[in-house]
Design a protein. Structure first.
Length: 380
């Protein structure tokens, strides 16, 4: 199998790399994170002008028919810059849910805006009690006249504070943890009864808890068939997992490079500490883990857009497990070798370490995905 990028894919990755390198310094990132928006509107516009927000969408809807491989190139470079823009939430996850579940009129209504970057989508699938189980949904949607009335709460919706469209899961039938009976609704965040509470996350993003209290929406906000969203949510979460693994590559590469530079510069007993054998061994372990993640991320990207199957589920679970475990190890090892400076807010390594830890916890940590992988092996 040829793992080399095609000429077009390499050009795409080089374009994102140049953009991030030229426009997204660490100092600027700190400034962006302190604003009400939480990221750079100018950088988001540049992403859209270069067509990067259109990568995964069909040509007739303003996209480029990109696959998981193209998204991997984009996400790796965004990870390298610790970019705060809601690419994963709006383009990959939000756009993916609309593409798969939405009818033709809904796709035509929303996807061109998502592809152009003009319409920002936030996705609320998790709730305070759900942990990593996206089927654990207590938010209820009850039929009311020609539409539905929603009541419930969504937790840690990244980008929810500034989204133009909210996609939330709600239960239209069944018990709280049933995989069936789930529905998706695309809602205007200005709808009466929606309350948003915004806060900073540990890794510099802005999270948002969304409360839905007697929120009345028309029937055309329902994405797909009522009660049939469980499989859609699982599939698109898998695409997001592949994207997170790709992002982790860029974060890890930068974290390891910074650690190596520090070992070469920091002296103790008159010599660079990088000459100490125990630290050399630790650097080898970090680099080895990075290569494992790179291999699994490539595999995950190759199946991200495949039809749902047990094999796809196993690959994505394995990739997220390897990525989460390696990210935790690289973050902790880098902090240990940096010493106290490794957790200094003004030093960028601390932010790379935090992002690696949060990537591990997004959409299931390494333990969760190990359990998922093991359960599928037992079932087989």
């Amino acid at each position: 199998m040829d793992f080399n990028l095609t000429e077009e894919q390499q050009m795409l990755q080089d374009t994102v790399a140049r953009l991030v390198r030229g426009e997204y310094s660490f100092e600027k990132r700190l400034e962006y994170s302190k604003t009400d928006l939480g990221y750079s509107a100018e950088f988001w516009q540049q992403l859209s002008e270069l067509g990067l927000t259109a990568v995964p969408f069909a040509e007739e809807l303003g996209g480029f028919d990109g696959t998981g491989v193209e998204l991997q190139s984009v996400m790796t470079e965004l990870g390298r810059g610790l970019c705060l823009e809601p690419y994963l939430q709006s383009v990959i996850l939000g756009g993916g849910l609309i593409s798969q579940a939405g009818n033709s009129s809904q796709q035509e209504k929303w996807l061109p805006g998502v592809a152009s970057g003009e319409l920002k989508v936030a996705v609320g699938l998790q709730e305070p009690q759900s942990f990593y189980n996206l089927s654990d949904v207590q938010t209820r949607a009850e039929k009311s006249g020609d539409g539905y009335t929603l009541n419930g709460r969504k937790a840690v919706v990244i980008g929810g504070h500034c989204a133009d469209l909210l996609i939330v899961s709600a239960r239209t039938s069944g018990d709280d943890r049933d995989t069936s009976g789930l529905s998706l609704f695309a809602i205007d965040p200005a709808t009466a009864g929606i309350e948003r509470r915004t806060y900073p996350t540990n890794d510099g993003f802005k999270g948002c808890d969304i409360t839905l209290e007697n929120v009345k929406v028309p029937a055309d906000t329902l994405l797909g068939e009522e009660g049939q969203a469980g499989e859609v949510i699982e599939y698109q979460a898998g695409r997001a997992v592949a994207a997170l693994c790709a992002e982790a590559i860029g974060v890890m590469e930068e974290a390891i490079a910074m650690t190596l530079d520090y070992l070469k510069a920091r002296k103790q007993f008159g010599v660079p500490i990088g000459q100490f054998q125990v630290l050399q061994h630790r650097m080898v372990d970090m680099a080895s883990d990075l290569e494992q993640v790179r291999s699994m991320a490539i595999l995950a990207a190759s199946v991200a857009d495949s039809e749902q199957s047990d094999e796809r589920r196993r690959i994505l679970a394995a990739a997220k497990n390897v990525t989460g475990r390696a990210g935790q190890f690289i973050a902790e090892s880098g902090i240990q070798m940096h010493g106290g400076i490794g957790m200094t807010w003004e030093y960028s390594f601390a932010h790379y370490a935090k992002r690696l830890i949060m990537i591990n916890h997004q959409l299931g940590d390494d333990d969760h995905h190990l359990e998922q992988f093991a359960s599928m092996l037992q079932a087989g």
